[in-house]
Design a protein around this ligand. Structure first.
Ligand code: HEM
Length: 331
């Protein structure tokens, strides 16, 4: 049901475009105003959430790692697992962000005959996530050709590498196939496994459907409806140079694509997609484990007015004596 609601929510967004652009002709609203609003919400929301997280006090190191920390010279420390230097932290973070290292260690629990509880490795989620995120990134980089004139060489190179199979015309891009396959896997994974289905919320399905919608509408634009690329580029360049225009002949499919992207951007700061920024603020990833090399003093330690037992006894000696209580000093 939750997956269905999310799918219906996305279908409703598509319907809005069909009515707004297809029937009412609100091209300027969907082509300029909504994209600008989405970019503004994205930037403001992203910065707000990062600043809010950055303000959370982290007074101590949180070395919840499984590696040996740096201590005596003759004890071999784990430089990436439990780094004691900034360079090590950068290495650990890079492996996490680029290759999802912690997800690589994902394990699954199953009940075997006996009954016996068995823990084993599971790599499918890691493979699916990596495939999805990398193809998404490459697609975004390739899209920069719409926003730049002249198109930088790296972007053209990315397109050439991506289309190296040279199947059909326009050339089939590898990332288009991979992103759809990976997203389909990520949706089915949640639906197929009863445990995962139970904990999955509409907020888990909705971004998947929305990104799948963006990818499918993009693929339709490239291979089937054959959108007017020059017009799309005019619109994109108009937006980034703050002189927006909506050229003729873009077609409803293009607006479905653009509106889905706009909703994705506006939705980003209020959703779990913020893990993109949040991972950099994770104390178990970004703090060097140098507890044995440096003394970390709680920055909130302020001079507290103490009342020692000696002072206490001095204050209450007479009453304590009268009540026959043991005293350390008689007077
Ligand atoms: C989250 C951002 C976006 C994603 C994930 C995305 C995804 C895709 C995908 C998967 C395709 C299929 C072909 C390809 O891979 O190049 C595509 C095509 C296309 N997209 Fe996007 N897109 C995004 C943003 C945009 C934006 C902002 C525009 C506005 C100019 C746009 C315009 C187009 C056009 C015109 C095509 C057809 C390209 C062609 O015919 O070669 N996309 N998109």
């Amino acid at each position: 049901m939750r997956a269905l609601y999310s799918l219906l929510a996305y279908a409703f967004l598509v319907l809005l475009v069909l009515l707004g652009v297809g029937v009412a002709g609100l091209d300027y609203l969907f082509g300029v105003i909504i994209p600008y609003a989405a970019i503004a919400i994205f930037l403001a929301g992203f910065v707000y959430r990062i600043l809010k997280w950055a303000k959370s006090p982290v007074p101590f190191r949180i070395p919840t790692t499984c590696g040996q920390q740096k201590s005596l010279d003759w004890i071999k420390s784990s430089k990436l697992e439990s780094p004691h230097s900034s360079l090590g932290v950068i290495g650990r973070m890079a492996l996490e962000v680029l290759f999802f290292r912690s997800l690589f260690r994902n394990t699954k629990t199953s009940l075997k005959d006996g009954p016996k509880l068995v823990y084993g490795p599971t790599k499918w989620l890691w493979i699916g996530s990596l495939a999805f995120h990398w193809s998404f990134l490459i697609i975004l980089i390739r899209h920069l050709r719409f926003f730049t004139e002249p198109v930088p060489y790296v972007i053209t190179l990315a397109e050439h590498l991506d289309g190296f199979f040279q199947v059909g015309l326009p050339i089939v891009l590898l990332t288009d196939l991979i992103i759809v396959a990976a997203l389909t896997f990520l949706v089915l994974r949640r639906l197929y496994d009863a445990k995962l289905r139970y904990i999955s919320l509409p907020a888990d399905y909705f971004p998947l459907f929305m990104i799948l919608g963006i990818a499918i509408s993009g693929i339709l634009l490239r291979y089937f409806t054959k959108t007017d690329i020059v017009a799309a580029k005019q619109l994109a360049i108009g937006i980034v140079t703050f002189s927006p225009i909506v050229p003729e002949g873009l077609g409803v499919m293009f607006f479905i694509h653009l509106f889905s992207v706009s909703v994705l951007f506006a939705y980003f700061p209020i959703s779990k997609l913020m893990h993109m920024g949040g991972v950099f603020l994770s104390p178990t990833r970004n703090l060097a484990n140098n507890n044995r090399m440096k003394r970390h003093v709680n920055p909130w330690d302020y001079p507290v007015k103490l009342h020692t037992y000696e002072e206490y006894e001095d204050e209450f000696r007479d009453v304590m004596k009268a009540a026959d209580l043991p005293l350390e000093k008689d007077s």
